[in-house]
Design a protein around this ligand. Structure first.
Ligand code: ADP
Length: 540
C-alpha cells in the first residue's frame, strides 16, 4: 500500500525561501577589521538571488561545480545557498590545503568558477594556472585588479557583478537526491576524497542539528561559527540556522585568540562551535585578560577528542558547558552528541559527557573486530566503528577508495567501544593505535591524562618502534607559557592514573604540536619528525 502523503522535495531553494521570509529579521554578522558588518536573512535571500543570476550570466548551468575559497562571512553564506538552490554544486575549497592538494581537489571536482575572498587572492593566484577547468574567478571583499589571471580565465568583482542583477531568482524544482554541495576530507590520514551531499541529506541533517538532544539551535540563538565553512560544512550550522532563524556570527579571518575574545565581547554569542585547539587558545587568552563569557549557553567541540580538562575549566571557571560531539566529513558531519541521559547527575553525568556521544535515530552504528565480526555494545569490546544512515556517505566522488564502504556501511577508521545505551567512546584512529606486546594502548587516553597536568598546554602521543614490544608510546609535550615541568614529573603524575605497562618511557618537549589544515594534531608529521631524528627524546 502506498502512503497518501505528498512527496515535497527537501531542497535548499525551499530552505532559503523559508528562512529569508519567515526569519527575515534574523542576522548574519561578519567581523571585519572595522568591527561588525550586519545584514538580515532577507538581505541574504536577495544576495543569494543576485549571485545565482550572476552565475547564470557566466554560463553556469545544470550541476556544474562552483568553488569557494573563502573565510566564514556573509558572502560565503550567500554562496552556500545560491549555488545549490540554482541546481549547481557548491564546492568548498579548504584554503589551508597544501598547494598540490588544492590543485588536485579543484581539478577532480572540475570547478568552473571560484569565488575568492580578497585577502586570499595571493594564495589562489599561485595555484590558478594549474586549475584546468576554472573559467571565471569572482573576487569578494577585495580588488579584482590584484589578480593576474592566466589566459582563458576572467576575473570579476563580486560587488559589481551582483549590483547588475535582479534580487529574485526563479529557483528550479530540484530532486532532493541530487548533489547540492561537496567537501573533500582534509587528508589527515591520506589523499583528500570528495564527499557529495544531497539536498535531502543536508535538510535532514539540519533538523538533527537543531534537535534538543543535539545543538538545540533556536531563533533565540546567536551562533558564532568558528569551524570553517570549508571544513565539513561548518558542522551544518549555517543551514540549520536558516531553518530555525538562529542568527549567525561569522569571524571571517579573525580566528586568533585575541580577536575571538573581542568578537565574544562585542557580539555576546549564545552558542559557538570549534575544534579543541581553538578553545585551548582562547582559554590562555582569557587567563591573560579575563572577561565574562557566560553569555555562551553552550559550545560544541568536536573534530578531535575534547580533553576532559578543557571541559572542566570552561564549565567551572567560566560557567560555559562544553558539548562534545563526534563526526566526519563523510557523516555531514554530525554522528553523535554527548548529552547525558535523563537522570544522570554529578560524576555519572561527567562520564557520559567525556564520551564522543550518543547516536541519534538516523545514524546506525556497529563495531567490527579484525576478523569482521560484529561486536556487542557492552562498553568493553573495542573495534572499528561503522555507520550508516541518510546523511552518511555511501561512496566518494569518482569512486575513490571503495574499500571504505561495504554492505551499505561506512568504515570510519575510528576505533572504540559503545555502551548498551548507545554512547560511543573512541580510543583511537585505526592508524594511530599503539600496539604494544599485542595489547592496544589508546593514544587519546594518554594525551588526555597528560593534558590534565596544570603545566601542560598540549600533548600528542604516537607509537614508536620497539624491539621487544613492537611499539611503545612517545609523548610530545608543549609546556604552558611561564610554567615548567620535567619528563620525570610527568611520569610520576601518570603513575597512579594509567596501567603500569602503559606508562610511556619516551618523552619529548616541543614548542608546538604540528597541526593539519583544520587544526588537528598532525601525527603523520610528528612521526616523520621522529623518524628523521628531529625530536630530542628522553628515554626511561
Ligand atoms: P580528516 O579525516 O581529514 O581529519 P574530518 O574532519 O572528516 O577530516 O575528520 C573526521 C575524524 O576526526 C573522525 O574520523 C575522528 O577520527 C576525528 N574526530 C572527530 N570528532 C572527534 C571526537 N569528538 N573525538 C575524537 N575524534 C574525533
Amino acid at each position: 500500500m502506498l502512503s497518501t502523503m505528498q512527496d515535497g522535495q527537501l531542497s535548499l531553494a525551499n530552505l532559503l525561501e523559508h528562512g529569508s521570509r519567515v526569519h527575515a529579521t534574523s542576522q548574519v554578522t561578519t567581523w571585519t577589521d572595522q568591527g561588525p558588518r550586519r545584514e538580515t536573512y532577507a538581505d541574504l535571500g536577495r544576495n543569494a538571488a543576485r549571485l545565482a543570476n550572476a552565475l547564470r550570466s557566466l554560463g553556469i548551468t545544470g550541476d556544474q561545480r562552483v568553488g569557494t575559497f573563502m573565510w566564514n562571512n556573509a558572502e560565503h553564506l550567500a554562496a552556500y545557498f545560491a549555488i545549490p538552490a540554482m541546481g549547481a554544486v557548491l564546492h568548498t575549497l579548504n584554503i589551508r590545503l597544501f598547494p598540490e592538494q588544492l590543485t588536485f581537489v579543484a581539478n577532480h571536482a572540475e570547478d568552473q568558477v571560484v569565488l575568492v575572498d580578497g585577502s586570499l587572492v595571493p594564495l589562489l593566484a599561485k595555484q590558478l594556472p594549474e586549475l584546468k577547468t576554472v573559467r571565471h574567478v569572482i573576487v569578494a571583499n577585495g580588488d579584482p585588479a590584484t589578480l593576474q589571471a592566466p589566459s582563458g580565465v576572467e576575473v570579476h568583482s563580486y560587488d559589481a557583478l551582483l549590483a547588475a542583477q535582479p534580487d529574485t531568482f526563479d529557483w528550479p524544482e530540484i530532486d532532493e537526491r541530487s548533489a547540492a554541495a561537496m567537501c573533500y576530507t582534509s587528508g589527515t590520514t591520506g589523499e583528500p576524497k570528495g564527499v557529495v551531499y544531497s539536498h535531502r541529506s543536508i535538510w535532514l541533517h539540519s533538523m538533527q542539528v537543531c534537535m534538543t538532544d543535539s545543538m538545540q539551535l533556536s531563533p533565540a540563538d546567536r551562533a558564532l561559527v568558528i569551524v570553517p565553512m570549508f571544513h565539513a560544512m561548518s558542522w551544518g550550522m549555517p543551514y540549520a540556522a536558516m531553518m530555525v532563524g538562529a542568527s549567525l556570527i561569522m569571524p571571517d579571518r579573525f580566528l586568533q585568540p585575541k580577536p575571538l575574545a573581542q568578537i565574544l565581547a562585542s557580539e555576546k554569542p549564545t552558542f559557538a562551535g570549534a575544534v579543541p585547539t581553538i578553545w585551548q587558545g582562547l582559554l590562555q587568552q582569557l587567563e591573560a585578560e579575563p572577561q565574562d563569557i557566560s553569555h555562551l549557553r553552550e559550545v560544541v567541540v568536536g573534530g578531535s577528542a575534547c580533553p576532559p580538562a578543557l571541559m572542566h575549566t570552561f564549565e567551572e571557571r567560566y560557567g560555559v558547558p562544553i558539548l562534545h560531539a563526534w563526526g566526519m566529513t563523510e557523516t555531514s558531519p554530525l554522528g553523535s552528541v554527548a548529552r547525558p541521559p535523563a537522570g544522570a547527575t554529578g560524576e555519572q553525568a561527567w562520564q557520559y559527557r567525556y564520551t564522543q556521544g550518543r547516536f541519534p535515530a538516523s545514524v546506525r552504528a556497529r563495531l567490527i573486530d579484525d576478523d569482521g565480526n560484529v561486536l556487542p555494545w557492552d562498553n568493553e569490546s573495542v573495534g572499528e566503528l561503522e555507520v550508516a544512515g541518510p546523511w552518511i556517505a555511501g561512496a566518494y566522488h569518482g569512486g575513490a577508495d571503495p574499500e571504505k564502504f561495504h554492505d551499505g556501511w561506512l568504515r570510519t577508521g575510528d576505533v572504540g567501544k559503545i555502551s548498551p545505551d548507545g554512547y560511543l567512546t573512541l580510543t583511537d584512529r585505526a592508524k594511530d593505535v599503539i600496539k604494544s606486546g599485542g595489547e592496544w594502548i589508546s593514544s587519546v587516553d594518554l594525551e588526555n591524562t597528560v593534558m590534565s597536568h596544570p603545566a601542560v598546554a598540549e600533548a600528542a602521543v604516537i607509537g614508536v618502534p620497539d624491539e621487544k614490544w613492537d611499539e611503545r608510546p612517545l609523548v610530545a609535550v608543549v609546556v604552558r607559557e611561564g610554567q615548567s615541568v620535567t619528563a620525570e614529573e610527568l611520569r610520576e603524575f601518570l603513575s597512579d592514573k594509567v596501567a603500569k605497562w602503559q606508562l610511556p618511557e619516551h618523552w619529548t618537549f616541543i614548542d608546538e604540536v604540528p597541526k593539519t589544515s583544520v587544526g588537528k594534531f598532525d601525527k603523520k608529521r610528528l612521526r616523520a619528525f621522529h623518524s628523521q631524528g628531529k625530536l630530542d627524546v628522553t628515554h626511561f
